[in-house]
Design a protein around this ligand. Structure first.
Ligand code: G4P
Length: 532
């Protein structure tokens, strides 16, 4: 039996997506404009107030203010023309690849924002690779065309070459930088021009034309600019792939939109493209069977846990991506990993400026489940079926540090803090077989600063780090248990357990790791661990 018709329609009308970009390409600005044009927020004098708003939104976390970056991901839901959009925010800083990776497991498509002056930057490329592994289809938004940037042809060629993707231009900038006059929609033959002011008089700036050769183009811009855009757009349409929805959904082709998030160009077209082309909730990899969104029983997985979202109330919220069934408030769900039953009485939906109780939710939706630490990243929740979603790995840490306590009477608080933050996925914690010092493992330097700042602010523990003798760690396993045991005995001083009790080998450097792993061919050294 599949979902009822109404439920199936609700699934078909959902778009769960993330924005991937390099810091500064304009993700925050674009997010705000998507929410604005999606009717979710009202931005009076928004551009000037932006910096302040951003701070107000994330005031629960000091480090965000200090650094001016967004460290944690969140979810924003908005509706437009009958479509429900769930936008999952990914942390923009390059140190946060692990959290970002997990967020990307919870989306069905992505928008890649590129700065027109900079082209493909390193972080964009990294995130793109993650999307490619999971066949997440991508719509490209070339931002900041109101400024001097690279030529549109150069940008399209760069995307095609660097990412090995077909590109299909969907719109074309009419002038750029100083000569910027607007955006031409190649599919619908509409010209979007500069809005007279920032008060929303945007409609006035849209003209429907009969085609690129419509003589009104000369009147709307200048004869020179009209001639230029005609030449370029015709060349582009002849030279690049035509849009092909199937190739896009396979991740082989990216439709490219030009725009300016700051000046309100191209944002509505982007929303329309997501509504028209982006896939609704997709099937999710799981064992022993793949889960279809149309399956009637509720299932989902936790891709993020956030503690202390509000320091006044020590709450902890697990973010669940619903994968199948219609969820209803009060449902009892089984945490497959432990067999425990959890009654979900106060599930939360995240809107741009508020949180609301979720009475029902559909595949593709993200609901927040308040809990006291029972739910962990990677958990599968079902109505009882023994399935587990796969593909939510932990990454081997690249930095290992010993935790040093300022006040020795606070050992217990420190343990709690590390436990909580490890549950959230902010850090990994290892307990060496020999010695009593905890070792924390992170994938980037900034993560250490976040850790110390949160241990201080949320747990009132003065802690610091000191170097550990190890630089890198790998999970170890073997088909032959006896061989694994022997290896652990032999290397006792370099073995630790992770939070789940899984054995980990810590090496002084990459050379040692390589050397040891070559000499122990029976042992598997892995840099990622799937959470089961
Ligand atoms: P991010 O989240 O990807 O890091 O980028 P963010 O939106 O914060 O934008 C980075 C900078 O680029 C901001 O300027 C923003 O105003 C500017 N920007 C974003 N979109 C556009 C656009 O379409 N055109 C132009 N010309 N600029 C754009 P800032 O001065 O660094 O930030 P702020 O001090 O104004 O907040």
């Amino acid at each position: 039996m599949a979902l009822a018709d109404r439920d199936a329609a609700a699934v078909a009308d959902r778009r769960t997506f993330a924005i991937i970009s390099h810091p500064d390409a304009g993700k925050t600005t674009l997010t705000e404009k998507l929410l604005y044009f999606g009717g979710a927020i009202h931005l009076a004098g928004e551009v000037k107030a932006r910096g302040q708003n951003r701070r107000a939104r994330s005031d629960w976390m000091k480090i965000e203010q200090q650094r001016g970056i967004s460290v944690t991901s969140s979810v924003m839901t908005f509706e437009r023309d009958g479509i429900t959009f769930n936008l999952l925010d990914t942390p923009g800083h390059e140190d946060f690849s692990e959290d970002t990776y997990r967020t990307l497991t919870a989306v069905d498509s992505a928008v890649m924002v590129i700065d027109a002056a900079k082209g493909i930057e390193p972080q964009t490329r990294k995130l793109f690779e993650v999307c490619r592994i999971r066949n997440v289809p991508i719509i490209t938004f070339v931002n900041k065309v109101d400024r001097e940037g690279k030529e549109p042809f150069a940008l399209l060629d760069e995307i095609a070459d660097v990412l090995a993707l077909d590109v299909a231009p969907m719109s074309w900038p009419v002038g750029m930088g100083g000569t910027f006059k607007g955006i031409y929609d190649l599919r619908r033959n509409r010209l979007f021009q500069r809005a007279p002011d920032a008060t929303g008089a945007y409609e006035g700036g849209k003209a429907n034309l009969s085609g690129l050769d419509d003589p009104r183009l000369e009147e709307l811009v200048t004869p020179e600019i009209a001639a230029h855009v005609r030449d370029e757009a015709e060349l582009a349409m002849a030279g690049y792939a035509a849009f092909d929805a199937a190739a896009y959904r396979h991740g082989d082709l990216t439709p490219v939109y030009f725009g300016s998030a700051l000046k309100d160009f191209g944002v509505e077209q982007l929303i329309d493209a997501l509504a028209e082309f982006a896939p609704p909730p997709r099937e999710q990899p799981a064992t022993p069977r793949v889960v279809e969104p149309g399956d009637p029983a509720v299932s989902g997985f936790i891709f993020k846990v956030q503690a202390n979202m509000n320091p006044q109330h020590r709450d902890r919220v697990a973010f669940m991506r619903l994968c199948s069934g219609r969820f209803r408030r009060g449902m009892k769900l089984t945490q497959v990993q432990t067999g425990k039953t959890i009654a979900v009485h106060s599930p939360i939906f995240f809107f741009a400026q508020s949180r609301e109780l979720a009475d029902e939710a559909f595949p593709g939706d993200i609901i927040g489940i308040p809990n006291h630490g029972a739910l962990r990243v990677g958990d599968t929740l079902t109505e009882g079926e023994q399935i587990r979603f796969t593909g939510l790995p932990s990454f081997a840490p690249e930095i290992l540090r010993r935790v040093k306590l300022g006040d020795p009477t606070k050992t217990k608080q420190l343990r709690n803090a590390l436990n909580d933050l490890a549950e959230e996925g902010v850090t990994q914690v290892f307990r060496p077989m020999i010695g009593s010092n905890w070792i924390v493992g992170v994938v980037g330097q900034l993560q250490l600063e976040v850790l110390i700042s949160r241990i201080g602010a949320e747990y009132n523990v003065d802690a610091g780090f000191e170097p550990s003798p190890w630089e890198t760690a790998r999970w170890i396993a073997a088909d032959d248990e006896a061989k694994l045991k022997a290896f652990i005995e032999e290397k006792r001083s370099a073995i630790a357990e992770d939070r789940d009790g899984a054995p980990v080998f810590m090496a002084k450097d990459a050379w040692e790791l390589n050397y040891i792993s070559q000499r122990h061919a029976d042992i598997r050294f892995t840099a990622t661990k799937e959470r089961h």
